[in-house]
Design a protein around this ligand. Structure first.
Ligand SMILES: [Zn+2]
Length: 155
C-alpha cells in the first residue's frame, strides 16, 4: 500500500517534469537576469569598481557588505551583491552568487578562463566554490590583491 502510494506519487512527479515545455528552466533563468552593463574600460580597476558597486547594492538592500563580479575575455559575465539576509540564504555570499550568475548566463558549470573580482578576501566556502567552478584567478579587496588560483581550503 505504502509503496504503491510512493510509486504513483513518483509517477506524478515524473510526468510533471516531463510535462514542462522544453528549455523551460534555462529560459526562466536567462530571462530573470538583467543585461550586464559593461564598464567603459576593461581594466582590473573597473572590474573591482563594479565589485564594490555590488557591495554598495548589498548595503543599500540591508544585506552584508560584499560584492563580486566574474569576468571573461574582458567582459563581466556575472555579478552579484551578497544575498544572505535578503534571500534568507546563509550560502548566498556575493562570490557564490556571482559564480551562479555567470554560470547561468554562460550556460555552463565550467568557468574556465574566468576571473573573479570580489570586494573582500574570500571565505573558505567561496574559495572552494571558485575551485569547483574552475575559475582561473581570484582578485580581492580595494587594492586588487592577487589571490592566485582558487584552491580548496587546506589544499
Ligand atoms: Zn564566502
Amino acid at each position: 500500500m505504502a509503496s504503491g502510494f510512493l510509486l504513483s506519487r513518483r509517477a506524478t512527479l515524473g510526468s510533471m517534469v516531463l510535462g514542462m515545455p522544453a528549455g523551460f528552466a534555462a529560459t526562466a533563468l536567462a530571462s530573470d537576469a538583467a543585461p550586464i552593463v559593461q564598464p567603459a574600460a576593461a581594466t582590473p580597476r573597473s572590474f573591482m569598481d563594479r565589485a564594490f558597486a555590488m557591495r554598495q547594492r548589498a548595503v543599500d538592500a540591508g544585506d552584508q557588505p560584499y560584492g563580486a563580479v566574474v569576468v571573461r575575455d574582458g567582459r563581466i559575465v556575472g555579478e552579484a551583491p551578497s544575498r544572505v539576509v535578503t534571500g534568507s540564504d546563509p550560502t548566498a555570499h556575493a562570490e557564490i552568487e556571482a559564480i551562479r550568475d555567470a554560470a547561468r548566463r554562460l550556460g555552463t558549470s565550467a568557468l574556465d578562463g574566468c576571473v573573479m573580482y570580489s570586494s573582500s578576501r574570500p571565505c573558505p566556502m567561496c574559495q572552494a566554490a571558485a575551485f569547483w567552478a574552475r575559475l582561473s584567478r581570484y582578485y580581492h579587496g580595494a587594492a586588487i590583491e592577487d589571490g592566485g588560483l582558487p584552491r580548496l581550503p587546506g589544499g
